[in-house]
Design a protein around this ligand. Structure first.
Ligand code: FAD
Length: 447
């Protein structure tokens, strides 16, 4: 099936107005992840409503997993036993103006928190391509946006509250708990049930977004550093054909000193004359405003608007992080696989992420470039292609995204995530008997 036919069918299935599937879920329907490629192994879903009730749940269950907004593509959130959702625990607890932090219940999504913060005169440093995801789920998997000076979303976590396997409330903070805190933030759901997250905030800011079309691979190779440095956040989209990036998304803060000059020619690419979707065949209705129109940070940092279906809907995703110094070579290596990749692809995206100190983050102590693939929902073919891409990227020390699809072996993961032995010890401290473990964690971390 060609891409145009596939996308037509997919978008017919996913009407563009978006109803949160968790709340649309009825006990008669099978509980799946957001894209529908994974049916959870347990259909026993309990809603957490208070700290005490969640503690009681932890005490009464031998094994379970917490679900966020279910946007992961692999089985990291799956359980054969029980599932717990904290979506009803989504209130802002406090804003500490002096410490410049907000504390929020972990079931909140960025889409819910962001307008509240903005109304109080504050902002977050960055957002992912979609605001729909839960804060706890996103931070647990090192979810990221773009911008060479911007760490991933978990790098904004200043403190965490979670319930460990014994049912005790554990509080960790960046200021007081040093390395333990660095180990716990990207916790892959293995340490406990996160109930509150404290995030760094800053004064609110406005942004503008532009899209440029058709940046050549030759210009990209020649000017990679300058392109990435040209604005607060840069995303490059390609289907790997024709030696070009079909779209360059440029997100710029409007404060003096930050502004992007929006030239008529950006390294040979030209400004789009209407709003575009990253997959050019799809309507831009679900995308954030472009064409340099100013707006609040939370309506420009994500590519997709809250209240609408993000991305394409019926899809799969994979993503690999390479150390920044390997980026151009790694991207050229993927480009050489274009004729194998493109038939199964909707779109690829290239983003930059600043280094952080979080043990299980792909950007642990190294600035990264992320090479992302939105695939057609065709696992038999994608599963054959992933090892080919992973082999090509292996010399560049590529690390996979924890929430997306990969086939890299557990032995290789142990080599490339150098803090994994410490992370295993930390997880055992809070969960000695494996209450929070599932097949994903047993295979990739504890195996
Ligand atoms: C359309 C689309 C676009 C995306 N764009 C991006 C992007 O721009 N950048 C990026 O990096 N990723 C992106 N992702 C991936 C995705 O956002 C992340 O992987 C993220 O984890 C999803 O959060 P969630 O709440 O849905 O997590 P879930 O899938 O529900 O859970 C993820 C993990 O977090 C754990 N967890 C959740 N809540 C808790 C809690 N309260 N306590 C303990 N553990 C918890 C779960 O047990 C599981 O281990 C995208 C996904 C989709 C579908």
């Amino acid at each position: 099936m060609n891409k145009r036919t596939f996308l037509k069918l997919s978008s017919a299935v996913m009407a563009s107005r978006f109803v949160s599937p968790l709340f649309a879920w009825m006990p008669t329907e099978k509980l799946t992840n957001w894209s529908g490629n994974l049916e959870y192994s347990s259909q026993q879903l309990t809603q957490g409503t208070s700290l005490e009730q969640v503690q009681d749940f932890v005490g009464k269950h031998e094994k379970f997993k917490v679900l966020g907004t279910r946007h992961c593509f692999n089985n990291i959130a799956d359980s054969k036993d029980e599932l717990l959702s904290l979506r009803q625990m989504d209130q802002v607890v406090s804003v500490d103006v002096k410490a410049k932090t907000v504390t929020v219940e972990s079931g909140s999504s960025y889409g819910k928190l962001a307008p509240y913060l903005d109304s109080k005169g504050f902002a977050l440093h960055n957002l992912a391509s979609l605001p729909h995801i839960s804060i706890a789920g996103a931070c647990s998997t090192a979810t990221h946006g773009s911008g060479e000076k911007n760490g991933n979303l978990s790098s904004a976590v200043a403190a965490l509250e979670f319930i460990n396997a014994a049912g005790d409330v554990v509080k960790l903070s960046r200021d007081k708990d040093g390395e333990t805190f660095h180990g716990a933030v990207v916790g892959l759901g293995a340490l406990g049930v996160i109930t509150k997250v404290t995030l760094d905030i800053q004064p609110t800011y406005a942004m503008k977004q532009w899209v440029y079309e058709n940046l050549s691979l030759a210009q990209f190779k020649e000017h990679f550093d300058a392109i990435e440095a040209s604005a607060y956040s840069i995303s490059l989209f390609t289907d790997w054909q024709n030696q070009q990036f079909s779209e360059v998304w440029i997100k710029s803060r409007t404060e003096p000193g930050h502004e992007f000059s929006a030239p008529k020619d950006f390294y040979g690419s030209k400004p789009a004359t209407k709003n575009l979707h990253p997959i050019v065949e799809l309507s831009a209705e679900n995308c954030t405003e472009q064409l340099g129109v100013p707006g609040p940070w939370y309506e420009r940092l994500p590519h997709f608007r809250m209240g609408f279906t993000p991305s394409a809907g019926k899809e799969l995703q994979s993503e690999f992080f390479v150390p920044r110094q390997n980026a151009v070579d790694a991207i050229l290596a993927v480009e050489r696989l274009r004729d194998q990749i493109t038939p199964h692809l909707m779109i690829s995206e290239i983003r930059t992420i600043a280094a952080d100190h979080l043990w299980m983050s792909p950007a642990y102590k190294q600035p990264c470039v992320a090479i992302h693939f939105t695939w057609k929902q065709d696992w038999p073919n994608v599963s054959k292609l992933l090892p080919v891409i992973e082999k090509e990227l292996a010399p560049y020390k590529a690390r996979p995204h924890w929430g997306k699809l990969f086939t890299i072996s557990p032995a290789t993961l142990k080599q490339i995530y150098t803090k994994m032995p410490d992370f295993i010890e930390l997880a055992k401290k809070y969960d000695p008997k494996g209450k929070f473990r599932n097949d994903f964690l047993n295979r990739n971390i504890f195996g």
